[in-house]
Design a protein around this ligand. Structure first.
Ligand code: CP3
Length: 346
């Protein structure tokens, strides 16, 4: 029997949506914190295949999610292109900045990324062997715009101001950077697929700050290029696109990019997404992650609401964004139980 995630991605409407969760391996789980302590720091965890595979498997063992997502980070690819990356404890990622044409030209050629990223491919190979036969293995990368925002600013920012400034003042440098990331992303995801990833997902976490033509040029077009190249190399491998907070930009995104599924954040209602996005195919989402902190009857009601709004078409249940470190693991169990009870109380 084909795996449920793959059936939904092929466009099948299932009686119970398959489920996984963004950041399902993460700090809300005591077993994750223990393995991370063993690794020493976050990047060592990402680059130690046995430990990265272990934390990927932890939420599968605990909850029986229908998909496992490779444990890695979207910033490993830009790191493989040359700039130094480090995680300041409690502060998030820091990266050597890339803001001039000289620096863009000094990035490594895309063929050179695999030395750095080889441990990631090894993690995928371990997972392909060790996952239960019903669990789908999802690989991923950041989308070019989101990756560029970190490369340009050297860190996360609320408004992606530095990346917008470069885009608006030095278009040639900005476009050259987007191009390099786009090409490297194709090779990176292609290697994940060769190693055993059955689905890949493109995370464009900051797509919502691109408006009008910028959204078309720097969210939609790079995604379309990556998807076309991957479909040519690996026909039949489904691709999930997540242009987070795209709003009306979600409409037609699957058709325009060739994505098999669009992941939806929780700033739009599931009814809106069902009417405007699910009409074109599979959607993933979109319970607010806050429910994993607050739990209770509100969590049950909101979970039922999402299941019922998407019941008429292909749907993969997920949160609208990653689960946060302050979430209660028991609330995750309650969400899964509610989804699997057909959205009603078991
Ligand atoms: O979803 C998963 O469980 C798979 C692994 C995964 C991680 N990051 C692990 C991680 C995935 C798919 C990502 C994607 C990612 N990384 C995105 C896109 C998705 C999103 O959340 O919008 C972005 C923007 C990043 C960059 C990044 N990595 C930031 C900004 C941070 C710091 C913020 C934070 O949550 O601490 C990270 C660190 C990170 N990536 C952690 C995890 C589990 C926490 C690190 C730790 O253990 O201390």
């Amino acid at each position: 029997m084909t795996k449920t995630i793959l059936r939904a991605l092929a466009g099948e409407t299932l009686p119970t949506p398959p489920i996984w969760m963004m950041r399902q391996a993460g700090r809300y789980l005591p077993e994750y914190r223990a393995t991370r302590a063993q690794a020493g720091d976050f990047l060592s965890l990402c680059y130690t295949p046995d430990l990265a595979a272990e934390v990927t498997l932890q939420p599968i063992r605990r909850y029986g999610f229908d998909a496992a997502i490779l444990f890695a980070d979207i910033l490993l690819l830009p790191q493989a292109l040359g700039p130094k990356l480090w995680f300041a404890e409690g502060e998030g990622p820091r990266m050597e900045t890339t803001t001039t044409m000289e620096q863009v030209r000094a990035l490594k050629p895309k063929g050179a990324i695999h030395d750095t990223l080889a441990p990631v491919y090894e993690t995928v190979r371990i997972l392909a062997r060790e996952l239960p036969s019903e669990t789908t293995l999802i690989g991923f990368a950041g989308a070019p715009w989101t990756v560029a925002t970190y490369m340009i600013a050297g860190r996360g920012s609320k408004d992606q101001g530095a990346a917008h400034a470069l885009k608006n003042t030095d278009r040639a440098t900005f476009a050259a950077l987007i191009d390099i990331i786009t090409e490297a992303t194709v090779d990176y995801l292609s290697e994940q697929i060769k190693a055993g990833a059955e689905v890949v997902k493109l995370f464009d976490s900051w797509a919502g700050s691109l408006k009008g033509d910028d959204f078309t040029d720097f969210a939609l077009k790079p995604a379309a290029r990556i998807i076309a190249a991957l479909k040519a190399r690996h026909p039949g491998v489904p691709i999930i696109a997540f242009p987070r907070e795209a709003g009306n930009g979600y409409i037609g995104f699957a058709k325009a990019t060739g994505a098999d599924c669009v992941a939806i954040d929780n700033s739009v209602t599931p009814e809106w997404a069902a009417a405007n996005v699910q009409k074109d195919g599979c959607v993933q989402g979109n319970l607010a992650p806050e429910h994993m902190v607050t739990g209770g009857e509100a969590l049950v009601q909101a979970t039922r609401h999402v299941v019922s709004a998407f019941r008429g078409g292909p749907h993969i249940f997920n949160l609208g964004h990653g689960i946060t470190p302050d979430a209660n693991p028991d609330n995750v169990a309650l969400m899964i139980e509610t989804v699997r009870a057909g959205g009603s109380r078991p």
